[in-house]
Write a protein that binds this ligand. Structure first.
Ligand SMILES: Cc1cc2nc3c(=O)[nH]c(=O)nc-3n(C[C@H](O)[C@H](O)[C@H](O)COP(=O)(O)OP(=O)(O)OC[C@H]3O[C@@H](n4cnc5c(N)ncnc54)[C@H](O)[C@@H]3O)c2cc1C
Length: 653
């Protein structure tokens, strides 16, 4: 494990004036580097607390919990099964009704993990690149940009420290679902090897903090600073970035690295404001609440809940799990990193990069997430040989084959429920009927056995979900469930880039308006016409990744460095994209989404609860994104460069 180090403050270059505590803090928060004349920030507000330490998946000895029942060979997704899936979906259509955390619900967004914001003056100056977000996106961008000589880079982050997803999500049991040797970027540069195959979120957070320390990120980041408006100023060729701290900064380039699952959402439930007990969302876990012996309710059974419920069950008195739709719960088989692996990797320069690259080549979600060690370590060439058919299958036949294979996986997952959960009614409710991967797949070896415990109660609120909350707790079908604590595991807005802050481009049009009227339109997911010098990392239509999100961040970061370097070399000041290229790319996203849609035929946040237009959210074209990218980079045809007043300020290190 990384050692939790005290916040290492850099030497304060300005002399402290006499004054109040507030004034001293203000002057320490921003100082000037005498060498570069640029500002250095000291705004990290995270507190190191024993309460945030925890563990993710346990290593289990019971082999039976880590085995799947036999796959039903030859089973097909026939008409009866299709009808069952359809009924399951249709019953839930329209049930998901989420509300923003505004007004009386705004309290659920409070940053419970840091000290109050460090006081500082509002900024009205200029930087070359302003990045929104300090998760892996921000951290990797800083590493890449600074290595390429772009050092006048500033980050704005809503939270009090780095980590993004891993800063905000600290619920008990949190862990990475992509094997950590492939998920954590720059392992060799950091000289670090994760302790477990699937590292806990706490270990990942500490890794992010260590990255920020090592690469000098903290000096560049304004924490507790939420970007509220980003407005293009045609005259100066700059973005004006306004924040909740009163800043009005100018930037030549803005990069949105604000994440795909960053804004928590709440289900709209009658009477939820009346509840008199303690309530919080899983992404703001309140460790001041002692759950020992309490009666606790949790609403939601998605990926977060699957990880949190087994840990909750270990401490609470009674646990009520309110489930609208069950998750697919696959085998996890957690293990510690072995001494042999440590030794091998120590003698194998490039191991981490090679492993990440191999991971990225796996095309099937379940195979990737199960992460075969021999393949990832390069000991075997392929996980399994691609199936050979006597003739080339039509796209429709191919999808049918995939649906059959997918059905067999789900049968296996459903059989696992029956094999583990003793009460037949509970087991029936825990079985998911939709294609594998349509909702976020989950993995756990303790989740299903938790429902055999006498103090854990599954309350099946299918298909419409919890509809009523009163002063005492949840009410369902006339039964009241009094609770001391109510936990909302209701997830996040997915890919809402255009709504995280008000982005106003050329002609005063906002990105939200553009996408609402024209549909989501980007080029490579990274540019959107009319929003020059603005780049979106891992947003809608942004491909280039695998099931490993940091892989997409990596690809997008490399692309952006290439773009800034290209502009520097050519003396270009502004880049936008051509209409026809954006249209063609958006159409490509639509087509690849439609072609694979039967594999995602359910109600899921991935498809906007069944309402999203094809191609408007995640990218489903696999490796084709790279083809589009490479073609653009070699021809430069999609780009409109503006060369007037070429004043790129980056200088090679
Ligand atoms: C619980 C959970 C588990 C996950 N597990 C996995 C996994 O196992 N494997 C995987 O590949 N991916 C996983 N993901 C996806 C995960 O989000 C990515 O892997 C990755 O961490 C994203 O990094 P990011 O920097 O792009 O975004 P984030 O980590 O979300 O960081 C974005 C940051 O931007 C900040 N921000 C947003 N808007 C503003 C604003 N207007 N102003 C200032 N700051 C702003 C946010 O506060 C946040 O800190 C998981 C996500 C969640 C929520």
């Amino acid at each position: 494990m990384l050692q939790r180090s005290p916040l290492t403050e850099r030497v304060v270059l300005t002399t402290h004036k006499e004054g109040t505590d507030e004034e001293r803090k203000m002057s320490a928060a921003i100082r000037i580097d005498p060498e570069t004349g640029r500002k250095i920030f000291n705004t990290r507000a995270a507190k190191a607390s024993e309460k945030i330490t925890g563990k993710g998946y346990s290593v289990l000895a019971d082999q039976k919990l880590k085995e799947l029942p036999e796959m039903p060979a030859g089973a097909t997704f026939n008409a009866d099964e299709q009808a069952k899936y359809r009924a399951f979906k249709e019953a839930r259509l329209g049930a998901a009704d989420y509300i923003a955390m505004e007004g009386e619900f705004k309290k659920y967004l409070n940053d419970v993990y840091s000290e109050p914001p460090i006081p500082r003056e509002a900024l009205t100056d200029e930087c070359e690149v302003l990045v929104v977000g300090a998760g892996f996106g921000g951290l990797l961008l800083w590493h890449k940009l600074s290595n390429a000589g772009f050092t006048d880079v500033r980050f704005c982050e809503k939270g009090g420290d780095v980590g993004g997803t891993w800063y905000w999500n600290r619920y008990p049991g949190i862990a990475c679902d992509v094997e950590s040797y492939s998920y954590l970027p720059l392992l060799e540069e950091m000289g670090y090897i994760p302790s477990m195959k699937f590292a806990s979120g706490f270990e990942i957070l500490e890794y992010c903090q260590a990255m920020a320390q090592k690469f000098g990120f903290y000096d560049h980041c304004l924490f507790h600073t939420t970007v509220e408006a980003t407005t293009w100023d045609e005259e100066s060729g700059r973005w004006i970035v306004e924040t909740d701290r009163g800043d009005k900064m100018r930037a030549r380039f803005v990069i949105l690295a604000n994440g795909i699952l960053t804004t928590p959402k709440l289900a709209r439930i009658n009477g939820m404001e009346k509840f008199q007990g303690v309530a919080f969302h899983t992404s703001r876990w309140d460790y001041n609440v002692d759950l020992r012996g309490k009666t606790v309710g949790i609403i939601g059974t998605g990926a977060t809940a699957v990880q949190a419920i087994p840990e909750l069950a270990k401490v609470v008195g009674q646990l009520y799990v309110f489930q609208r739709t069950p998750s697919s719960v696959d085998v996890r088989d957690q293990r510690a990193t072995t001494d042999e692996e440590r030794q091998t990797w120590a003698n194998e320069p490039g191991w981490a990069r090679a492993r990440r690259a191999r991971f990225a080549r796996i095309s099937a979600g379940r195979t990737a997430i199960q992460a075969n060690d021999d393949y990832l370590a390069g000991k075997i060439e392929e996980i399994k040989k691609p199936k050979q058919y006597e003739r080339k299958l039509t796209p429709v036949e191919l999808v049918q084959k995939q649906l059959d294979a997918n059905f067999r996986i789900m049968e296996q997952i459903r059989a696992r429920v029956d094999a583990i959960v003793k009460d037949p009614k509970t087991a029936a409710a825990l079985k998911p009927y939709y294609p594998y991967g349509c909702k976020r797949p989950t993995f756990h070896d303790e989740y299903l056995p938790t429902f055999n415990l006498p103090h854990v109660h599954l309350v099946d609120v299918a298909p419409l979900g919890v509809r009523e909350i009163n002063e005492r707790g949840v009410v369902h079908e006339g039964v009241e469930y009094p609770l001391d604590v109510l936990i909302y595991a209701t997830g996040f807005q997915w890919m809402g880039t255009s709504t995280f802050n008000r982005i106003t481009g050329r002609g005063g049009r906002t990105l939200k308006e553009k996408w609402e009227t024209e549909g989501t339109k980007t080029f490579l997911g990274l540019h959107s016409k009319g929003f020059p010098n603005l780049f979106i990392v891992t947003g809608p239509q942004g491909g280039g990744g695998s099931f490993n999100f940091t892989d997409a961040i990596d690809a997008h970061g490399d692309y952006l460095v290439w773009m800034l370097q290209t502009m520097r070399e050519r003396g270009a000041r502004i880049v936008d994209v051509r209409q026809e290229h954006e249209d063609t790319y958006a159409e490509h996203c639509r087509v690849v989404d439609i072609a694979t849609a039967p594999l995602r035929d359910c109600v899921s946040y991935y498809n906007g609860e069944g309402k999203a237009e094809p191609g408007s959210l995640a990218y489903y074209g696999g490796g084709q994104w790279h083809k589009h990218r490479i073609a653009a980079q070699s021809s430069l045809e999609p780009y409109v460069f503006d060369y007037s007043e070429s004043v790129m300020t980056a200088s090679p290190k």
